[in-house]
Design a protein around this ligand. Structure first.
Ligand code: 5GP
Ligand code: MN
Length: 339
């Protein structure tokens, strides 16, 4: 993987470009992709954004989100775009398998794949150019750096600013997680000077849900959460019938894993959701407990030290059992309450 700075000369001529991100994109994945899109189109490139799957409705306000192609819905069109692309930007993921069904087309593409990402252990040989930095708050921040390093920071218009802000705000938990650096705050100051209305973005992302979703959260916290005090751990497990009963859509469960983490003393929070085709796991920690390692070892996943995910094909009860067995191995780490 060559340094991403080597890519800038290639962008001096109009190119055919695809931008993609991890499946079920969150605000960082979608914001990075659309922020980069609004930057690149100013140079006469032909740019398409393809999401491996559908996404949460609370992202639809992002400028040009209505032109994003859902790979699962329009596979033939997306495959043709991937095949024709000179350059394929891969944002906010470290391994091609994070794009689910799109992996085959991405791996076979003749165009150059470019990585911009902040997850651990990227599969570097798969990328011609790229930057991986696990110390960065968000991929959106890395897209901002990429733009500034290209010498075209004057092209950060309001659309670029809105998308980047949504990404960084979401991945930093509204500027509270440890990688919220002074540079992040300087970047936000710069985005504000471009005319950014941050209040409108917070409202679009956080105050746009259905009544059902709130009642679902109430139900889940009351009936589906278990606290293992001897391990400073809390787990939420959600059967598929709950999702159907409350008409839960993609994105409605995002952030739910943070509720158990708000209990005093809890260092590890997990959520296991039966999505039908698979059991999706999310892990969050406070302090030194490394959920990236935990997810890799037990749930074919990964992510960051304090936020990671994984999945399983086993039934929900088995995945829950496996989780309970797994935490027993970390008893000494988890039970040393030191924050
Ligand atoms: P979430 O729990 O919100 O789905 O994901 C938390 C973090 O872990 C995100 O940065 C996400 O990209 C990453 N992540 C989630 N699931 C997986 C997975 O299955 N594999 C890897 N490598 N990373 C994941
Ligand atoms: Mn991210």
């Amino acid at each position: 993987m060559q340094p991403i700075a080597h890519l800038h000369p290639l962008l001096q001529e109009p190119r055919v470009i695809v931008i993609t991100m991890h499946q079920k994109p969150d605000a960082d994945a979608m914001g990075s992709a659309l922020g980069l899109y609004h930057f690149l189109i100013q140079f006469g490139h032909t740019v398409s954004v393809i999401s491996p799957t559908n996404w949460a409705a609370f992202l639809n306000w992002m400028p040009a989100c209505d032109s994003v192609i859902d790979y699962e819905r329009e596979q033939a069109k997306a495959d043709a775009l991937i095949e024709e692309a000179d350059l394929i930007f891969c944002l906010d993921f470290n391994v091609l398998s994070r794009t689910k069904k799109m992996e085959t087309a991405l791996a076979a593409a003749s165009g150059k794949r470019i990585l911009i990402d902040h997850h651990q252990q990227p599969d570097e040989p798969m990328f011609a150019y790229g930057i991986s930095n696990t110390l960065k708050s968000s991929t959106a921040e890395m897209v901002y750096d990429f733009i500034c390093q290209s010498g075209h920071s004057s092209r950060i218009n309001l659309q670029v600013a809105e998308c980047i802000y949504a990404g960084v705000m979401s991945d930093t938990g509204s500027f509270r997680f440890p990688y919220t650096s002074a540079e992040v705050h300087r970047m936000v100051a710069d985005l504000k000077e471009k005319g950014l209305n941050h209040t409108a973005i917070h409202q679009a992302l956080f105050d746009n849900f259905s009544e059902n979703r709130l009642r679902f959260i109430g139900h889940v916290l009351l009936n589906r959460m278990e606290v293992f005090y001897e391990y400073n751990t809390a787990l939420i497990s959600i059967p598929q019938q709950d999702l159907m009963k409350y008409d839960i859509k993609t994105g409605d469960t995002e952030g739910l894993v943070n509720y158990p983490l708000s209990i005093e003393g809890i260092r590890l929070a997990a959520i296991i959701i039966d999505r039908g085709e698979e059991r999706k796991c999310s892990f969050r920690s406070k302090g030194d407990f490394d959920v990236n390692v935990f997810a890799r070892e037990h749930f074919t996943g990964g992510g960051h030290k304090n936020a990671a995910g994984g999945q399983s094909r086993d039934p929900l009860e088995k995945v829950v059992n496996d989780f309970v067995e797994a935490i027993k191995k970390y008893r000494s780490e988890l039970s040393s309450y030191d924050f």
